[in-house]
Design a protein around this ligand. Sequence first.
Ligand SMILES: Cc1cc2nc3c(=O)[nH]c(=O)nc-3n(C[C@H](O)[C@H](O)[C@H](O)COP(=O)(O)O)c2cc1C
Length: 165
Amino acid sequence: MSRKTLLIVYHSMTGGTHQMAEAARDGALQESEIQVRLLHANDAQPDDVLQADGYVFATPENLAAISGQMKDFFDRCYYPVLDRINGRPYLSLICAGSDGSNAARQIARIATGWRLKEVAEPLIICTHAQTPEAIQAEKKISDADLQTCRSLGESLASGLALGVF
Ligand SMILES: Cc1cc2nc3c(=O)[nH]c(=O)nc-3n(C[C@H](O)[C@H](O)[C@H](O)COP(=O)(O)O)c2cc1C
């Protein structure tokens, strides 16, 4: 039997979401039964979505929304995979300055359309950058927050391997 695949799709402008997505990947790799693919939103295609068994969507919140590249990924993939991935598990990781709730809500709505199954509350990590300079600077996510991302990735991969979702 072929190994199940966990697909992690991310976009990041200043590095925070990228670190979160990599941590989720590292956690998922603890589960040897699962193949893990980490794809930048620009590179992720409908076939990548179809061929996966579960998903992590990782995005910054920019202008009270998911980032433009994540939106482009969903725009390109939404109809080609609609009704072909029903019931598959997913979770979302949001990197935000101070809020993140709108990005989380948007992903939840898209995932509802895809009939995906949310297996954890959205994880929102706030970087607390307030000035234009701080907002545009490279981010460093704390070890504790990265550990939470690793745990979520590992839980999703374990659940996929066990077939509990
Ligand atoms: C153009 C722009 C708009 C932003 N708008 C929001 C926002 O609406 N809410 C929020 O919480 N953070 C906002 N931020 C802050 C980012 O979410 C924060 O810098 C985060 O670290 C970005 O993730 P990244 O490091 O993966 O790019 C914004 C940042 C930029 C550059």
